[in-house]
Design a protein around this ligand. Structure first.
Ligand code: SAM
Length: 329
């Protein structure tokens, strides 16, 4: 419990349950034994990684947060009016800063009763819940610390819910993963619920690449944080100076790919899983995908998941879109 606010926070931690959806050891073994080498982006987000991501959202090159905020500020009232939700359930909620625009629109209409963040980061979830409860003292926060790809017992079943998946986090998922995720949430939705999803749009390559290669080097620190997590949690021996951040546009797959490139030939020991990983000079670990969508490709993804597009709003400069979707009967 946390001062005067704790009694209204329920944070369920699926990380420590017997069937934990997180398997850092197994995912690391599988990812670093495959060709090309990969690591899942969900492991960026320990306390330091979540903090670095927040810094990224304020960078001049990272247009995504500003573009999505612009749409939310313009459209939240209309969206909330169309759905009339009493609770907001948010996947990959992080610091939940933009969330406030939706919460305020719900408060203005006398609707807001609860907020349900679902995020892998315990620190970010706890901090967001504490600060939100200070500013929205009458609401109940019922969060899940866990993997949004394995939704179990989503909060506030039976109430009209606005589900939100902001920040273009959908873009971090491969197409089949994204369809499976949306379909699993669609299964939980009733006719009273709606799903609001932030899609980053295909655009000028220079603008896309600079968003992931900022001058201040914060995205590089965020990317390298993955290796710190493995050093700490799996007793690995990554030398952070022997890997370099790379982020490039892959036009065929319509995505930015983030890599860590080995600057020399080396072998890294991952003690707690007894694995030695050999790297050639220039060999890369792929750490994140950020798919970029068009209205058509986003509509196709929603269709495939049994969702129907109800509205599509972009920022003035057409960089980012918010899609409101409903479950198909
Ligand atoms: C790109 S950030 C977006 C944060 C925030 N929604 C925003 O728009 O600024 C992705 C968020 O999703 C969380 N996340 C990533 N993978 C996850 C997973 N598999 N399950 C639950 N949360 C995840 C991270 O901890 C992080 O808070």
């Amino acid at each position: 419990m946390n001062g005067g606010t704790g009694s209204r926070i329920v944070l369920r931690n699926t990380l420590r349950e017997h069937e934990s959806p997180f398997d850092l050891s197994g995912d690391t073994r599988a990812g670093l034994s495959s060709t090309p080498k990969t690591l899942p982006s969900k492991y960026f987000y320990d306390a330091r990684g979540s903090h670095l991501f927040e810094m990224i959202t304020r960078l001049p090159e990272y247009y995504l947060t500003r573009a999505e905020t612009e749409i939310l500020e313009r459209e939240s009232g209309r969206l909330v009016e169309a759905v009339r939700p009493t609770v907001l359930v948010e996947f990959g909620s992080g610091a939940a800063r933009k969330t406030r625009i939706l919460l305020d629109a719900m408060v203005d209409r006398g609707l807001l009763e609860g907020y349900g963040p679902v995020d892998v980061s315990a620190e970010a979830s706890r901090h967001a819940a504490d600060t939100l409860l200070r500013d929205y003292p009458h609401i109940r926060v019922e969060g899940v610390i866990g993997d949004f790809e394995r939704p179990r017992d989503l909060p506030f079943a039976g109430r009209p819910r606005l589900m939100a998946f902001l920040g273009s986090t959908i873009g971090n998922l491969e197409a089949e993963q994204a369809t499976a995720f949306l379909a699993s949430i669609r299964q939980e939705m009733t006719g009273a619920d709606a799903f609001l999803i932030g899609f980053d749009l295909v655009k000028d390559v220079a603008m896309l690449e600079s968003a992931y290669n900022d001058e201040a080097g914060i995205t590089a620190k965020f990317n390298l944080n993955m290796l710190r997590v493995l050093n700490r949690d799996l007793e690995a021996s990554f030398d952070l100076d022997a890997f370099r951040h790379r982020a490039v546009w892959n036009a065929d797959a319509s995505r930015i790919e983030m890599h860590l490139e080995s600057t020399r030939e080396q072998v890294v020991r991952i003690s707690s899983i007894g694995l030695d990983v050999a790297f050639a000079a220039g060999e890369k670990i792929r750490t994140e995908l950020s798919h970029k969508y068009t209205r058509q490709s986003a509509g196709g993804l929603l269709d495939a998941a049994g969702l129907t597009l109800e509205s599509w709003c972009t920022d003035e400069a057409d960089r980012f879109a918010l899609a409101l979707a409903r479950a198909v009967d």
